[in-house]
Design a protein around this ligand. Structure first.
Ligand SMILES: Nc1nc2c(ncn2[C@@H]2O[C@H](COP(=O)(O)OP(=O)(O)OP(=O)(O)O)[C@@H](O)[C@H]2O)c(=O)[nH]1
Ligand SMILES: [Mg+2]
Length: 192
């Protein structure tokens, strides 16, 4: 809920989606930046998911999001972002259309070790015409690639921003969200 301040000023509430492949750090990102205790819908990965859930590359992962993550962050006095993290696994695709309703923009989180996992999210937002950027979550010990190289590998339209981030770091995540809002404003020609 957007709360009115004592001076009567009500900030603009904006819905943002945090998408990307399985285990790429979406829940981590929402938790790192949220000012309220984030809502999480994590369930333990069990043997029932063997052969269904692709844990290749994230073998240490113990839980997965089964509905959504939810958090809130004020990026200025005037704008409050409501963050909706999507479930990463294919079997939860049926939730996406509901989650995407009314979203102003999206962050597609990517892991360069499994870059192709973000293709479905990129295709989805391109198809819907939802403005998005690609944020590369730089995991420890993983070879760094330039934003240009990643944009080329993903064959993105030239106007789609690519930024590098650390999903565990509040400042870094906030910078990603500000970059997204600026991108949306550019596309919609909203004066800053
Ligand atoms: N080293 C490192 N580990 C990370 C980073 N981001 C996430 N992790 C770890 O990677 C694992 C997956 O993170 P999650 O945030 O659950 O990923 P997710 O995208 O929400 O996963 P699903 O909801 O199952 O698709 C967790 O064990 C995190 O602690 C990061 O930037 N660096
Ligand atoms: Mg998650």
């Amino acid at each position: 809920m957007v709360s009115e301040r004592s001076d009567g000023h009500i900030p603009l509430a904006v819905k943002i989606l945090i998408a990307g492949g399985f285990g790429v750090g979406k829940t981590t990102l929402v938790s790192a930046v949220s000012e309220i205790r984030p809502l999480q819908t994590e369930e333990v990965l069990t043997n029932a998911g063997v052969g269904i859930d692709d844990v290749g590359g994230v073998e240490g992962k113990r839980t997965t999001t089964v509905a959504m993550d939810f958090g809130r962050i004020s990026i200025s006095d005037d704008i409050v972002l409501y963050l909706f993290g999507t479930p990463g696994q294919d079997r939860f695709w049926f939730l996406w259309d509901e989650l995407a309703l009314g979203a102003l923009g999206a962050v597609v989180l990517a892991d360069t070790r499994r870059l192709t996992d973000c293709f479905p999210s990129v295709d989805y937002f391109e198809g819907r015409g939802t403005p998005f950027l690609v944020a590369v979550n730089c995991f420890d010990g993983v070879q760094k690639h330039s934003a240009e190289a990643i944009a080329k590998a993903l064959d993105l339209d030239p106007e789609v921003p690519v930024v590098l981030c650390d999903a565990r770091d509040r400042r870094s995540v906030k910078d990603v969200l500000i970059a997204l809002v600026e991108h949306v404003m550019t596309l919609k020609h909203v004066p800053a």
